[in-house]
Design a protein around this ligand. Structure first.
Ligand code: GDD
Ligand code: MG
Length: 326
């Protein structure tokens, strides 16, 4: 089965980390967000993934020189200018000929961290086909839906039902549903008729509302672990949750090649390969990237560090890029 993975966004909310590294290639535990997503897709039966690329395609090509990731064969669709989500899906799916087939395929936002079973989502979509489904979208409940695509659906069925409304990032207080689009979808290739892939188009603002009006969009709500790692706080939380047993899978906190002085204190944090933490430093609830350096007596809390934090510096709720922090 194919998946189209959207990885072409600018990652603006995670600057300066994303000045150097596209968002899906940022560390998540000892792997990257994209590697975690690929192994999840692979477990769900996905064999081939088309990476819908725009901004900075080169690091992806370099990261997977044999065009495989977590056992999934990779294909690349590189946009010459940003096509937005629906444009990108249409362009990428066409590049591997999905528009010429009758086939079911998965679509995933490239920044989602979740314990969702892709196999269960696909099975529910297949059950929805006899009710006229062309697409099934994973939903998750959140406290503040205004930053997401808010979805109204027929909740009489325990497995979800028809979507009756889809509003992308509504003004706070204007919607009643707490369920939002969780960024993983199953599409029939017939949906590609609505996705020409030759101009910018938004799946959230145009395609989903149109499919909902036609009665062809179905919901699959779950309360699995879920977050969108595209914001500073959720990016750090996604990392910390992966090492402290909140998830159905777990990764090691400190890479075997990291150098941590015996007098440094590191707690509830991910420390990548080759990173170094000097004497007396304190690192709490943070992500220290591969090869990053934390100077002597520095204090780092609830932050992600790609470069260098100087000796005696204090960093809190921050993203430290290649330029470092004095
Ligand atoms: N190829 C390509 N081209 N990819 C793009 C483009 C583009 O022009 N624009 C965005 N993307 C990719 C991003 O890289 C990301 O993986 C995905 O599309 C979604 O973009 P985000 O910028 O992360 O959107 P969001 O987080 O604000 O909202 C989306 O995700 C929410 C769930 O986390 C929407 O799908 C919401 O409806 C949803 O609730
Ligand atoms: Mg996002």
């Amino acid at each position: 089965m194919f998946a189209v993975v959207l990885v072409g966004g600018f990652g603006t909310r995670l600057r300066p980390l994303t000045n150097d590294i596209p968002k899906p290639l940022l560390p998540l535990g000892q792997r990257t967000i994209l590697e975690c997503l690929m192994s999840q897709l692979s477990r769900g039966g996905v064999t081939d993934a088309v990476l819908a690329l725009g901004f900075k395609p080169e690091p992806f090509l370099a990261a997977f020189p044999d065009a495989r990731c977590a056992g999934v064969r990779l294909h690349y669709a590189i946009e010459s200018s940003p096509l937005d989500t629906a444009g990108a899906i249409g362009f990428a799916a066409r590049s591997v000929g999905l528009h010429e087939k009758t086939e079911t395929f998965v679509v995933a936002n490239g920044d989602i961290v979740t314990d969702l079973s892709i196999a269960a989502l696909i099975a529910q979509h297949r059950a929805n086909l006899r009710l006229g489904a062309l697409a099934t979208i994973h939903l998750t409940p959140v406290d503040d839906p205004s930053q997401y695509g808010v979805v109204q659906f027929d909740s009489l069925l325990p497995t979800g039902g028809k979507v009756s409304g889809f509003v992308e990032k509504p003004a706070p207080g204007t919607v009643s549903s707490r369920h939002v689009n969780a960024g993983t979808y199953v599409f029939e290739s017939a949906v590609l008729r609505r996705l020409p892939g030759d101009a910018p188009l938004s799946v959230e603002r145009v395609t989903f509302p149109a499919l909902a009006t036609a009665g062809e969009l179905f919901a699959y709500p779950t309360d699995d672990y879920w977050l969108d790692a595209g914001r500073p706080d959720t990016y750090v939380r996604g990392n910390v949750d992966l090492i402290n047993g909140v998830r159905s899978e777990r990764d090691v906190a400190i890479h075997a090649t990291a150098r941590i002085d015996a007098t440094a204190e590191v707690s509830n944090s991910v420390v990548g390969a080759g990173a170094s933490i000097a004497a007396g430093a304190q690192v709490v609830d943070s992500v220290i990237f591969p090869n990053a350096t934390i100077g002597a007596r520095a204090r780092v809390r609830s932050s992600a560090v790609l470069g260098t934090v100087a000796a005696d510096a204090e960093v809190r709720d921050a993203l430290v890029g290649a330029g470092g922090h004095q």
